[in-house]
Design a binder for this molecule. Structure first.
Ligand code: LLP
Length: 385
């Protein structure tokens, strides 16, 4: 991969996230065009990357946002998203967050339990608000993804199970400060095989018919996010096939003209445009292995340690035609602080820049300060011109 302005990296403190703005913009353009073709509404999932400069670019393309905390609502409002562009989801909304959302005039709460519904009604009554809500339904679909990022099965903590839906809907319809106007689903993340999305469409059609038979008037059908990206070979697929993905829903969901179809993609929008740039501190010869010790660790990119995820590793400094096999590890005092084992890299030495690719989603935003480390910095390609 030659697209990195390495000469400009020399003055920057590593590790840092580098965002390719051209790719981010190209991705957003594609999303917008494909969505418009089918009259779909896109709310970017802020949890994937809440960097204010990234959020500001997302906003330029007319997308809304999906937020899961008061902090995310503030981050979105700070870059200029209007309340009416914000959906608010999450299983554990605090009273303060609910008040903040009401003050911000958000579009809709995605509600995940009966006690939460009652609490939102009570707080909305105190402030004389009529509140739009969507019920998050757990459709019991196996998304065939990592166990920590599958969400649509009955044993997950998310959403209302189908057998409890009737009670939830009749309660919602009886509450004076609640307007139940939406259905919400999300079956998991990093879903590469699109078949579970087809199953989801069938479930949506069934539940929509059922919930309408109970007297609810549904105007928002929100099918969540989850579209996966190519981590193994990012350059072969820098932008995922949004058209194919959207088409599945546009074709299969039986919606009326007054019903909006909403999506909440996170990863598929921002992942490929970000890389974590780190420097080699030492190359250490073990008995049977060679270790490349870099200055980024699991505190900067936790996905490998947490989900056994693999981000493509590239030595972007070395031009050696000879390669070798290395374990690429960070400096943190944990054995799981490892980015790759037996990685084939060109001969690597102290001071080389290493890029951990496809790290624009759930990278910077999940960084921590374990070991009293500083948080990674970030830079946009446009800031280096
Ligand atoms: N909507 C809801 C309700 C969600 O829970 C999520 C992600 C999304 C939308 C966005 O999903 P996406 O399009 O990004 O797949 N930290 C994990 C991923 C956790 C995803 C949580 N929910 C990772 O690094 O793989």
């Amino acid at each position: 991969m030659s697209g990195f302005p390495i000469d400009k990296f020399n003055n920057l403190q590593t590790p840092f996230y580098y965002y390719d703005v051209d790719l981010l913009r190209a991705t957003l353009r594609t999303v917008k065009e494909c969505a418009d073709a089918y009259d779909l509404h896109i709310h970017y999932a802020v949890k994937a990357n809440a960097n204010p400069r990234i959020l500001a670019i997302v906003k330029e393309y007319g997308l809304g946002v999906d937020c899961v905390s008061g902090g995310e609502i503030k981050a979105a409002a700070d870059v200029g998203f209007a309340g009416s562009d914000i959906m608010f989801a999450g299983v554990g909304k605090t009273d303060d967050e609910i008040r903040l959302a009401l003050e911000t005039g958000i579009r809709c709460f995605n509600v995940e339990s009966l006690p939460e519904l009652l609490n939102i009604n009570e707080i909305a009554a105190q402030t004389n608000n009529m509140t739009h809500i969507a019920v998050r339904i757990n459709p019991n679909i196996d998304a065939h993804t990592h166990q920590y990022i599958t969400t649509g099965l009955n044993e997950n903590k998310f959403g209302i199970n189908l057998e409890n839906l009737g009670e939830f809907v009749s309660t919602a319809l009886s509450l004076p400060n609640i307007d139940l106007c939406g259905l919400h689903y999300h079956i998991g993340s990093q879903i590469r095989d699109l078949e579970p999305f087809e199953q989801l469409c069938d479930k949506v059609n069934d539940t929509l018919a059922y919930i309408e038979s109970l007297g609810a008037q549904i105007t928002i059908i929100d099918v969540g996010g989850g579209l996966g990206i190519n981590y193994d070979d990012p350059d072969s697929e820098p932008i995922v096939d949004f058209k194919k993905y959207f088409e599945i829903f546009a074709r299969n969901i039986k919606r009326r003209p007054d019903q909006q179809l909403h999506f909440e993609p996170g990863r598929s929008i921002v992942a490929q445009s970000g890389s974590l740039i780190t420097r080699v501190l030492y190359v250490k010869e073990g008995t049977a292995k060679k270790f490349v010790i870099v200055d980024a660790g699991m505190t900067d990119l936790i996905r490998p340690a947490l989900y056994q995820a693999h981000h493509k590793i590239e030595n972007i400094s070395s031009h050696s035609s000879v390669d070798d096999k290395y374990d690429v590890v960070g400096p943190i005092c944990e054995s799981s602080d490892c980015f790759g084992t037996d990685e084939r890299l060109p001969l690597t030495g102290r001071g080389d820049f290493i890029a951990l690719r496809s790290a624009g989603a759930y990278g910077e935003v999940m960084a921590s300060q374990y070991n009293c480390r500083r948080l990674p910095g970030s830079i946009l390609s446009t800031e280096l011109l």
